[in-house]
Ligand binder design. Structure first.
Ligand code: FES
Length: 94
């Protein structure tokens, strides 16, 4: 399963810090960020419950031209989520 190819850029991805997709993608592109921690330093996204780390990694991978399967993203990031907020529907499956 992959994420839908189009996500609204004004959609808030990081609920903890109210950071939109556009802000996250801009930070990744402008500074060529390759780590979630770097994205958090740049725009605060991902600094709270970690629920958005899956999507932040997805945006990083897209920026790098990688095709990422949702199963891999969930497998790699689900364990560190402190509060299963906006992505709880994905975690039910895994
Ligand atoms: S939703 Fe981004 S850190 Fe909680």
């Amino acid at each position: 399963m992959n994420l839908p190819p189009i996500i609204e850029t004004d959609e808030i991805i990081c609920q903890c810090y109210q950071v939109t997709e556009g802000t996250i993608r801009r930070a990744i592109a402008e500074k060529d960020l390759t780590e979630i921690e770097s994205v958090t330093e740049a725009c605060d996204a991902g600094g709270g419950c970690h629920s958005c780390h899956i999507l932040i990694q997805f945006f990083i991978d897209e920026h790098e031209g990688k095709s990422t399967a949702m199963e891999d993203l969930v497998h790699n990031h689900a364990q560190k989520v402190k509060k299963k907020g906006i992505l709880s529907r994905f975690f039910k499956k895994y």
